[in-house]
Ligand binder design. Structure first.
Ligand SMILES: Nc1ncnc2c1ncn2[C@@H]1O[C@H](COP(=O)(O)OP(=O)(O)O)[C@@H](O)[C@H]1O
Ligand SMILES: [Mg+2]
Length: 458
């Protein structure tokens, strides 16, 4: 495209030169004069190369250094095509400075009268032009490459920056989370809201997930500890209050006897001493229970396994409470729905404590003339179901979920209920959980209650 426009622009260059030059116009061939003319023209337009050819295409005169001209003759065919307008531009003619190269040109025939003398042959965009174009193109190209290089470096830098940010982003997030935890402490459950991915390929994500889990676990344990601590404080405050009541009574009676000993009748003294003694027993019982629960809570209670007959144990416990039951005209019955023997290997002391606590409650909540049934029933090959059933006050549905909590005393208050610590069932539950067993209760208010648990032989 460039060559086409270049050639068409200089199409009539040779013709104009030939017309304007008096010598050529007249068809006179003067080697020296032409050489001078070409030289002058070359100085004016270094892009052009001038040749004078004879009618056969032989180069007669030229403007170049003779060593540069490699051809003696130029093919006339392209010249004829151009001068007679027979072909489409660009038309390439032989480049005299190269044995095989072709270039665009302008040409005009020179006539002497009507005889063709030769041709004025002008190579357009000659070697100098080419080298000028080439060097400017080279400069442009190198400028272009530098720009591309700079652009590529900047782009690479930006990409690397983005990649760096992308890869270090989780790490920065983790640091932020850790700082937050450090600042806020562990008592914020929702402290780490990030969704770290457990199965991510990124180690930072895995680390974040572990950290998040760790914080959640610590938080859970923290709030558990807080709850335990609060419960313990409340328990301690309540128990102190419970202990203070009988202690104040004891103090009161003893002070009265001490101060007005002479004014009291013997009978009054006996009554006061009797009441003080009752309060002391009550106090001792409560302190024993507190000790027992605290001991069980410590978690280092060991089991003492020995072989014993479960049915015999039931009879023994019944015997222990016989006197108290007789006082209230309550009968205690033992029932056994067992097959085979009842010898088991377990912690007899702990089972006895559970039974005693349950019978004591049953006695307290049964009215005079009532009945308490202790029963065992075979469950599988090495297991027994033990039940303590009474027909007393029963427990309301609202109370049932809480009766196994320490210090909980139900609304079915019986006489002397306020003198109690509410620890008995909590102790039962703890003792049974040491044996990996659970205690359960069925009760209808006004009809009675039945506490049951399983016992396995080791
Ligand atoms: N056999 C029972 N009949 C009715 N209520 C019972 C019975 N056993 C326990 N309870 C209820 O459960 C509560 C908790 O019992 P417990 O832990 O032994 O404490 P305490 O005997 O010191 O009251 C009792 O206050 C009572 O309301
Ligand atoms: Mg009790």
């Amino acid at each position: 495209m460039r060559y086409q426009s270049e050639q068409s622009l200089h199409l009539s260059l040779a013709a104009n030169l030939a017309r304007d030059n008096p010598l050529l116009q007249q068809g006179v061939y003067d080697h020296k004069a032409l050489k001078n003319l070409f030289h002058t023209l070359m100085v004016l337009g270094p892009a052009f190369e001038f040749y004078y050819l004879d009618d056969q295409g032989n180069i007669l005169t030229h403007s170049a250094d003779p060593s540069l001209v490699k051809r003696d003759k130029v093919n006339l065919e392209p010249l004829l095509q151009l001068t007679q307008n027979r072909a489409q531009l660009p038309i390439y003619g032989d480049d005299p400075r190269h044995l095989s190269r072709q270039k665009i040109f302008s040409a005009a025939p020179v006539f002497n009268g009507i005889n063709l003398k030769g041709y004025l042959y002008v190579i357009v965009a000659g070697e100098k032009y080419d080298s000028a174009v080439a060097s400017s193109r080279q400069i442009r190209q190198s400028e272009y490459s530098i720009a591309i290089l700079v652009f590529a470096i900047v782009l690479l830098f930006i990409i690397m920056l983005c990649l760096f940010r992308y890869f270090t982003n989780p790490l920065r997030q983790l640091i932020r989370d850790m700082n937050l935890v450090q600042k806020e402490g562990f008592n914020q459950v929702e402290l780490v809201p990030n969704n770290w991915q457990k199965n991510s390929y990124s180690e930072v994500h895995q680390l974040g997930f572990v950290f998040q889990n760790m914080i959640q676990t610590i938080n859970q344990q923290f709030s558990q500890l807080k709850n335990i601590d609060e419960n313990r404080k409340t328990l301690l405050a309540d128990l102190s209050h419970d202990l203070r009541t009988p202690l104040s009574s004891i103090q009161g009676y003893i002070e009265t006897i001490a101060i007005s000993d002479k004014n009291l009748t013997e009978q009054q003294k006996q009554t006061f001493i009797g009441t003080a003694l009752r309060c002391t027993k009550q106090l001792k019982k409560m302190i024993d229970q507190i000790f027992e629960l605290a001991h069980l809570d410590k978690g280092d209670v060991s089991m003492t396994y020995e072989e014993f007959n479960l049915l015999e144990l039931l009879y023994d416990v019944k015997a222990k409470f016989e006197l108290a039951a007789n006082e209230k005209s309550i009968s205690i019955k033992v029932e056994a729905k067992v097959s085979g023997n009842q010898i088991i290997k377990n912690d007899i002391g702990k089972i006895e404590r559970v039974l005693s606590n349950l019978i004591e409650n049953a006695l307290r909540h049964s009215s005079s003339g009532g009945e308490i049934i202790l029963s065992i029933e075979t469950k599988g090959t090495d297991s027994f179901m033990v039940k303590v059933k009474d027909f007393g006050t029963g427990i309301s549905d609202e109370d049932i979920p809480y009766i196994f909590d320490a210090r909980y005393r139900g609304s079915n208050a019986t006489k002397g209920n306020n003198e109690r610590g509410g620890l008995g069932l909590a102790i039962c539950k703890k003792l049974l959980s040491l044996m990996n067993e659970e205690i359960s209760v069925e009760s209808v208010l006004g009809q009675g209650s039945c506490f049951s648990f399983n016992i396995k032989s080791r």
